[in-house]
Design a protein around this ligand. Structure first.
Ligand code: SF4
Ligand code: SF4
Length: 135
């Protein structure tokens, strides 16, 4: 039996992205939205969440749509296909402490991953939420 030694590579900000399975920061976009307060607001959110790859979360008091679509310029090798001319937002994004280190959702106050999760929240938040659907 051969004794194998594991070579541990130190992960630094220079090489971190090459260890990031799925290139986590290039596979979604977010859009801040007005804080939903009324039934109409939540009706609108539910309509949006009825569509594929849409989620909703609340973070630090602000609400966001999360669109889980990968960037069209992300290559199969995890490299950016337009690195030299990539958007400013991508340039400004620091990997000092990113999704590789901790899932972004860890600090979310609300995270509705599915239509049903948001629907259940609406039923609890608005006592007469479901009455409209029984008449
Ligand atoms: S910045 Fe972070 S999340 Fe994005 S590819 Fe690099 S390690 Fe992954
Ligand atoms: S443009 Fe490049 S860096 Fe920006 S999200 Fe797309 S693949 Fe990632």
């Amino acid at each position: 039996m051969t004794k194998q030694s594991k070579i541990k590579t130190e992960i630094t900000t220079e090489n971190k992205c090459s260890f990031c399975d799925g290139t986590k920061c290039c596979v979604y976009t977010t859009q801040q939205i007005d804080t939903p307060r009324t039934k109409d607001d939540f009706d609108h959110l539910l309509w949006q969440m009825a569509h594929k790859n849409i989620q909703v979360y609340k973070d630090e008091g602000e609400w966001f749509l999360l669109v889980n679509n990968e960037c069209q310029f992300l290559g199969n090798n995890g490299q950016c296909g337009i690195y030299e001319t990539r958007p400013q937002l991508c340039r400004d994004y620091s990997n000092d402490y990113c999704e590789f280190d901790e899932p972004a959702e860890k600090g979310f106050q609300f995270y509705f991953k599915t239509y049903d999760e948001l629907n259940t929240y609406c039923q609890k938040r608005f006592k007469k939420w479901g009455i409209r659907f029984t008449s």
